[in-house]
Design a protein around this ligand. Sequence first.
Ligand code: BES
Ligand code: MN
Ligand code: ZN
Length: 505
Amino acid sequence: MNTALLNSPAATLETELLVLTAADTQTDTGPDAKPRPALLTADAALAAAAAAVLTSGEFKGGANETVLLHAPNGIKAKRLLIVGLGKTDKLTPQSIRNAAGTAVRFAKPRGIRSLAFALPESPALNPAAATQAATEGAFIGDFDPDTYRSDRKDQSIQSFTLLAPETAELKAAHQAGFILGESQNFTRSLVNEPGNKLTPTEMGRRAQVMAHEVGLHCEVHSTEKIQQLKMGAFWSVSQGSEEPPALIVLRYEPANAPKDGPVLGLVGKGITFDTGGISIKPSDNMEKMKYDMAGGAAMIGAMRAIALLKPNMRVLAVVCAAENMPDGKAQKPGDVQTAMPFKDGEPGKTIEIINTDAEGRLVLADGLTYARQLGATHLVDAATLTGACVVALGMVTAGAFSNDDPTIGKFLNAASTSGEKFWRLPLGEEYAEQIKSDIADIKNTGGRWGGAITAAEFLKNFVGETPWIHLDIAGLAWVEDSRPYIAKGPSGVAVRSLVEWVKGY
Ligand code: BES
Ligand code: MN
Ligand code: ZN
């Protein structure tokens, strides 16, 4: 999809599809309450073109509601689409992001290949934030997951024009939206791949190709280096698979970054398929476990955006990719593994394996240690880590944990700017009790209760004193039902929030 910012009056623009937005201003809730949609434009010609449908009572302006007019009167566009933004007093950049996605997803199956979206005008909206959000939303809407259908019709949009003033500020916002939308889609394209196509090796190769394109430093290691680093926890997960693991390291090091400035370390769970291992999962829904690398893919997508947006601080990513399989060589419940030591010569923490299906925390343990060893001063990890987090927060909000209030404060602000929902859950000594082992330092499961928290407590053992955030995205990484603005399938959650968080340093 191409995109451009264009300072042109919408009414005189020749386009296949002109998109306007309208908010729902109805405050009366009585049975006779009439819809009161209000266009978010001051242009009289546009208002006249839309007047009949807006007064018809057929369209309310509800969130992502649409109405289409052909050959609209008095304007040059072939078609006029009005997209609802929801209640007028609840307008946010997220409403705009979704409306732009809705417009794109409206156009795609109708064979419309180019559209122009008029930036909503409202004192309640910051124009730069709205510009970025609209651009992101258009890219997010353009993604469809049917890549392996032999009758796949390429319905992708060729051009998305955002009608807004071409100021330096809005140009930068448009550019950022384009980079973030594309990077989120890059993550989604990885998450969408089935386990037989996207092996750990292939995940590493794709990271490498991307890194080459955007100018990131990238190393992909396998068994030998993992063993040399004494990553016993990471290795234990991959030992039951024919597919070698991949330790993917991406580095962004701008020349002018202050030498003693922060180094942000992004650590991702990259389980390219999670059968559960010897503690094998039930076969119902097991196919979904191809997306168990979504945390790692989010880190790779975030690094892509960072390389292109060029913030002035160092960022590195460590993605631990492996396949969790049962096999003659697979690890067993009761096995004891030794995690990577932080300093060479020091002992690594010992872990009693209770359940081989609690594998994400094992690969992350070594990933976090390695990121610290590479110099990370701040850590964030993302993982489809626990079903318990989905039980707690549903498929609406992702879990966030931290050992440092200011660090997670920054992250939650960034997430709200990005329109992604994260909710902080607690940590605490009492939870840490649940993962004490009789034979080793810790065990890899903490029993039935508070499963998302005991998983986070497990990870906390590997971050030392480093400020750290853990994101459990198990419930958000896959969109179970399509919405007007996003296809069913991989969501690319966390990419935008992570990049926004990085920009805050
Ligand atoms: N990858 C799963 C978690 C998961 C569940 C992700 C649902 C996405 C949707 C993880 O590796 C896992 O199996 N976790 C176990 C941990 C348990 C054995 C302590 C779980 O949540 O059941
Ligand atoms: Mn598992
Ligand atoms: Zn898993």
